[in-house]
Design a protein around this ligand. Structure first.
Ligand SMILES: Cc1cc2nc3c(=O)[nH]c(=O)nc-3n(C[C@H](O)[C@H](O)[C@H](O)COP(=O)(O)O)c2cc1C
Length: 428
């Protein structure tokens, strides 16, 4: 087992981990003291680039490179938006940072804003997460009183205001341009790109959108240096990430592990293996949009590049294990139902495709499908891939194609036997 390195979760075991006192006692706000007014914003961006920090919201885009897309000097105010929507099924890690160590996120916001030249930052939090908004609100007040937010922070001449903004619990509002629309008070519908948010974002101004976990990493990177962070992870994937592990494992939970940790190690050592020691049937490695892996594929290193190489994705780091005895048609139908419900309806391939796929899957699962339904499902999934404004349609299509490729015999058995062969009682 690789050594467990705690960066984001170092204070999680303490009851008072959310307080300013605990955060400052354990090295908190030291990076701000080191950087603000002393290191040039461009050098901060270079350091983050060299650290190989990747966006941990889903796409894995290099963070420092994203920050460098803000033109200097900016012609309009620059905004930093923190994505705390955390809507991807199987993902439950950002909420732990927002509640257990909100000051780590606030310090990250402060450093990122300084690097970008932003004087206002919004933390967009999923509507149901009232407990996160409460914790963040208290921490922002504490930080303001201590002089870490507001005007002339630590006499550096730098000003920053941070606002918490509630979403309304729509999955699509986690997509960065839908989030921007929602923050502006409009329905959360993704925008056509280009222009990208770094050029035209919120209120028509240059904007960077980053995930909660991504930004919470920034203080330690700037305190300990890019090389330290880069070395912890794997090739071109710096540091650690929080893996949300759920499904049929003995110890579900959030595990902070170095990028590139083998999936087998996460499942069988950290998460304790499969309940009842039943064989594994399949595993989703990066949130429900990620193509599924079969048991023979779990020696893969869990980083963005290694997962892409085997046809899946690192996504949000949400791992869902499924043991033998799980009906893969049922599992896929469950996902399709979610995507059909969450499609914003703006693009017809997504609006029609997700709903149509859900209906076909319901038929097959219930034992009413025909052999042509399996081909139809494949056709629907291919027809909605890469044809829409945002990747929600792909997030539904990719799992469909992977389940069909890897568990096709199970779909065929449902059609042939006109029932669920895995959980016969359920389908009867
Ligand atoms: C449908 C959809 C939902 C998304 N939901 C989230 C989310 O809940 N949280 C998140 O951080 N990113 C989410 N993303 C990714 C964001 O669009 C964006 O890439 C991310 O916030 C950028 O931050 P990062 O570079 O730090 O990863 C979603 C993307 C799509 C297409």
């Amino acid at each position: 087992m690789k050594k467990v390195i705690k960066i984001l979760t170092q204070n999680f075991d303490r009851d008072d981990s959310h307080t300013l006192e605990t955060y400052t006692k354990t090295g908190g706000y030291q990076a701000v003291r080191k950087v603000l007014g002393k290191i040039a914003p461009e050098s901060v961006i270079e350091e983050v680039k060299r650290s190989n920090l990747r966006g941990l919201g889903g796409a894995g885009f290099p963070t420092g490179m994203k920050w460098s897309f803000i033109s200097k000097p900016p012609k309009k105010p620059v905004y930093l938006l923190i994505n705390g929507d955390e809507g991807e099924p199987g993902t439950f890690k950002d909420r732990t940072i927002m509640t257990r160590d909100p000051h780590r996120l606030i310090e990250g916001v402060l450093l990122a804003s300084y690097a970008l030249g932003a004087h206002a930052a919004y933390i967009y939090v999923r509507g149901e997460f009232t407990f996160c908004m409460e914790a963040l609100g208290k921490a922002i007040e504490e930080a303001k009183e201590a002089g870490y937010l507001g005007k002339n922070i630590l006499k550096s001449g730098f000003d920053l205001d941070v606002y918490v903004h509630p979403g309304a619990g729509a999955y699509i509002c986690g997509e960065e341009t839908a989030l921007i629309e929602s923050l502006e008070g409009k329905p959360g519908r993704p925008r056509n790109k280009p222009p990208f948010p770094a050029v035209v974002g919120v209120f028509g101004c240059p904007t960077i959108v980053n995930n909660v976990e991504t930004i919470a990493h920034v203080p330690q990177i700037l305190l300990n240096g890019a090389d330290w962070f880069a070395k912890i992870g794997s090739d071109r994937n710096g540091g650690t990430r929080l893996f949300s592990v759920s499904g049929h494992v003995k110890r579900p939970g959030v595990y902070e592990l170095p990028m590139g940790t083998p999936l087998r190690e996460i499942l069988y050592e950290h998460a304790g293996g499969i309940i009842g020691d039943i064989p594994l049937k399949g595993v989703i490695p990066g949130g429900s949009s990620a193509p599924i892996l079969r048991p023979e594929e779990i020696d893969v290193g869990m980083d963005f590049d290694q997962l892409a190489k085997i046809g899946s994705m690192g996504g949000s780091g949400g791992i869902i294990a499924m043991a033998e005895g799980t009906c893969m048609v049922w599992a896929l139908h469950n996902l399709a139902r979610f995507y059909a419900h969450e499609s914003c309806g703006q693009c017809s391939p997504c609006r029609e495709g997700t709903g149509w796929a859900e209906k076909v899957l319901r038929r097959i699962e219930g034992g009413h499908g025909t052999a042509s339904d399996i081909e139809l499902l494949e056709k629907i999934a291919k027809g909605m891939s890469a044809r829409t404004i945002c990747p929600l349609a792909d997030a539904c299509a990719l799992p469909i194609l992977s389940y069909l490729q890897k568990y096709r015999d199970e779909f065929e058995a449902h059609v042939r036997e006109k029932r669920c062969p895995v959980r016969p009682k359920r389908a009867a």
